[in-house]
Design a protein around this ligand. Sequence first.
Ligand SMILES: NC(=O)c1ccc[n+]([C@@H]2O[C@H](COP(=O)([O-])OP(=O)(O)OC[C@H]3O[C@@H](n4cnc5c(N)ncnc54)[C@H](OP(=O)(O)O)[C@@H]3O)[C@@H](O)[C@H]2O)c1
Length: 311
Amino acid sequence: MKGLLYSKSAKDKLIYCDIKKPIPNDNELLIRINAVSVNALDYRLCKMGRAPKKKIFGADISGVVESVGMNVHTFQVGDEVIGDISDFGLGGFAEYTTAPEKAFVLKPANLSFEEASAMPIAGITALQALRDKGNIQRGQKILIVGSSGGVGTFAVQLAKYFGSIVTGVCSSKNVEQTKRLGADKVIDYSKEDFGMEIGAYDLILAINGNYPLSAYKRCLKQNGKCVFVGGALSQVFKTLFFGKLMFLGSKKMCNLFAKSNQKDLEYITKLAKDSKIRAVVEKVYSLENTAEAMRYAANGHASGKVVIKND
Ligand SMILES: NC(=O)c1ccc[n+]([C@@H]2O[C@H](COP(=O)([O-])OP(=O)(O)OC[C@H]3O[C@@H](n4cnc5c(N)ncnc54)[C@H](OP(=O)(O)O)[C@@H]3O)[C@@H](O)[C@H]2O)c1
């Protein structure tokens, strides 16, 4: 099969080449991959030279079950599935991969393979940030900093689905997109400083960018909470090392370390099936052009998700 093999010495550390097609063990599915989306974990690990177990990046896949191991009971050959294989050595930037059945759910027929592959990590991260860490409540005012990327586009829609009043933060080119996804208000960070919204929010999701922790704290109401999801590496380190100290008092903070699981994947997939949320796919690349897709996503300004499609 064709795939993108990690190689330290290659340009972009990736080689498009022939690789041995994997064979599923007794608990695994063999998937013919139709689409795979790019996530920060792919380009960050690749840049750091941390190769996955299978030496192939790519976590969020959608495709068709080609064969099943003898202990697999929930899927059959021909099923269309969605999965996050990041806990199983990655392997998505290829024509085929294997992973345990617990990584997958059935793909609803009304979602394209591209849309389906855009959902697992970004959708689950947004869900766990709002519901589990943020304890989101109907009627709350929520600020989503980084509302236009993979995680942000799901966060805006889920926050609206949960009945909150949403303000998104993004640059000019994405203002209309954030509004279309349902945001009640959008702050264009190239023109306005969200940090001036003093005491306005019950919950803040810090998804992207690099802002002073004091700006987030200033925007929270008393007893409000800021959930730090991601952003520039310096933003992440700042929150991990100084977050608790900075947020002493009634305003709270926490870091999210999202964990994929079948139940949450079922949850967001069902919402997409019922047209309550949708995946925003900005660009689609061929498998051969995966390195270019990784470069584009790593630039940090994708409007939604970047997807690789197998012919
Ligand atoms: N905690 C976890 O478990 C977890 C899980 C998944 C991802 N993450 C992290 O979450 C972050 C977001 O992931 P993602 O997949 O959504 O990334 P992404 O798709 O690459 O995000 C791109 C978006 O970020 C926006 N952005 C860039 N600079 C910004 C700024 N200064 N202020 C506001 N928005 C800005 C861009 O909007 P403009 O083009 O308009 O600037 C663009 O739409 C990453 O750092 C990732 O590592 C964390």
